[in-house]
Write a protein that binds this ligand. Sequence first.
Ligand SMILES: Nc1ncnc2c1ncn2[C@@H]1O[C@H](COP(=O)(O)OP(=O)(O)O)[C@@H](O)[C@H]1O
Ligand SMILES: [Mg+2]
Length: 255
Amino acid sequence: MRTLAVSNYKGGVGKTTTAVNLAAIYAARGLRVLLIDLDPQASATDYFGLYDRASAAGKTSVQLLYEGAVVADVVWQTDNPNLSVVPSSIELTDQNELMLREQRLRFALDDCADDYDIAIIDCSPTMKRLAFNAYLAAADFGMVVVPVKLDSTVMRGTGLTVKAIQDIADALRMPVPDFRILRTCVPGRITNAERTGEAVLGRFFPDRQFAAVIHASSKVCEGSWQWKPVSVFEPGSRPSRDYLALADEIWEALR
Ligand SMILES: Nc1ncnc2c1ncn2[C@@H]1O[C@H](COP(=O)(O)OP(=O)(O)O)[C@@H](O)[C@H]1O
Ligand SMILES: [Mg+2]
């Protein structure tokens, strides 16, 4: 099984959009996909209409991380037989993160490695130890995808994210997971602001950017009102084609 962690300590940069689109694309290609929601805001969970049922049943990432559940205990089937989801709950914020062992998720995924081809983890922008768990889960056979919607405020969160990826791996003497910056919401017309942002990003992360970029399009938001990833809502649209290219690039890198 391969593992992708989608993370940035900055919010609103396209993490969930990226996680649900990649999950839909890989599932459509016949891979067995496990999408894990580690954000208490539970946006990825909402794409599958699972929030109320999963919280009521106590079958969420809370039980997986904090109550000793295994993936099989908390996984939900979706309309797509290839796509399974571990939903999230606002109750993640009630847990004491310091009680969470850093490798809890990694071990839980090891245990179900034969059941899935790829796990995709949608991270919270603020919950550090949950993110550590995701980075370590992606350390052996995976990578961390760091979406960046370019403006001056995104650099702080992105820098902190990359530092956290390196620090946690160093602290546990594990290989630093491969991480790559994904540009999202790229405007169709290149402006001066865009050029400035690109130059800054290139200076900080010269060899760490995906070739694929995701263009901005109102289709992304329009599809989200129907809880459809844009790759399902409007397969021919530009961001949909961008996500297909990204899925290829990631799969190629993980082979
Ligand atoms: N390529 C895109 N074009 C236009 N809007 C986008 C695009 N990607 C994401 N968005 C919008 O940006 C907002 C934040 O995206 P989201 O994936 O929820 O970010 P995060 O998970 O990082 O908080 C959402 O309203 C989403 O619809
Ligand atoms: Mg999100």
